[in-house]
Design a protein around this ligand. Structure first.
Ligand SMILES: Cc1cc2nc3c(=O)[nH]c(=O)nc-3n(C[C@H](O)[C@H](O)[C@H](O)COP(=O)(O)OP(=O)(O)OC[C@H]3O[C@@H](n4cnc5c(N)ncnc54)[C@H](O)[C@@H]3O)c2cc1C
Length: 93
């Protein structure tokens, strides 16, 4: 980078970009999970991934903010319950 000017200041605010650490997910899993062009995991409306028993929510899906994380958790809980009971997701409310 070619720095041409210096500005006097009293505070430095560090701005960081963060990505997901998916190192804990096996390669076999990754092959069955769909990723968006931005690298986020794609799910259905109940946050079920391409691995049917594997639900994901929060920053790994959308946001990043707490409201989405909590809302995803509520919906995923319904999805997990439906999945365990064998209820058709499309019919579920
Ligand atoms: C500096 C900062 C300020 C923010 N301010 C705001 C704000 O003002 N308002 C707002 O709405 N949002 C804010 N956010 C964003 C908010 O914190 C996130 O959107 C929210 O925490 C996402 O929740 P999550 O459950 O998806 O992920 P996280 O809160 O990151 O939870 C993931 C959890 O998984 C754990 N974990 C990771 N890997 C493993 C593993 N292999 N095994 C077991 N556990 C694991 C981690 O330790 C962590 O506890 C801020 C974020 C940052 C970094």
């Amino acid at each position: 980078m070619d720095i041409k000017e210096f500005w006097k200041g009293t505070q430095i605010i560090q701005s960081i970009g963060q990505g997901m650490d998916l190192s804990y997910i096996s390669e076999e899993f990754k092959e069955n999970i769909q990723f968006s062009p931005r690298g986020r995991v794609e799910t259905n409306e109940y946050f079920q991934t391409g691995v049917k028993w594997f639900f994901m929510g929060g920053d790994i899906i959308e946001g990043p903010d707490v409201i989405h994380g909590i809302a995803n958790g509520h919906k995923a809980a319904i999805g997990i319950d439906n999945f365990i009971q064998g209820i058709d997701f499309k019919a579920a409310k």
